[in-house]
Design a protein around this ligand. Structure first.
Ligand code: SF4
Ligand code: SF4
Length: 106
């Protein structure tokens, strides 16, 4: 999983640190280590590792995080698992093949 990254600088993740109350839930639920606590407030430490799953925003009690779920590779992975080969996602993994973005180490 460490090598699996989406396109650089396209992630929609946004953090309003002024609203953060420092609970740490976002860092706890993030499966990619994107967020961490820094001096009692959340910080984005690895933006391009974000797969836009939305877990951090859903669990933030302060509404400090926004992310447009499903734009990143999470949609491609789910589509592939469901056997889909097309649709709105620009990065659909065909059966028997790996993610092209991951192959190019993007
Ligand atoms: S959207 Fe998902 S991967 Fe991205 S920072 Fe939030 S929990 Fe982590
Ligand atoms: S879940 Fe929200 S309030 Fe809690 S640390 Fe993360 S950004 Fe701050």
């Amino acid at each position: 999983m460490e090598k699996l990254r989406y396109l650089k600088d396209v992630v929609t993740l946004a953090l309003d640190a002024e609203r953060c109350v420092g609970c740490g839930l976002c860092a706890d639920v993030c499966p990619r280590g994107v967020l961490s606590l820094d001096n009692g407030r959340a910080a984005i430490i690895d933006r391009d590792a974000c797969m836009e799953c939305g877990a951090c925003a859903m669990n933030c009690p302060a509404g400090a995080i926004t992310v447009q779920s499903g734009v990143g590779c999470a949609a491609a992975v789910i589509n592939s698992m469901l056997g889909r080969t097309g649709g709105d996602c620009c990065c659909v993994i065909e059966p028997g093949k790996s993610c092209p973005a991951a192959d190019q180490n993007l």
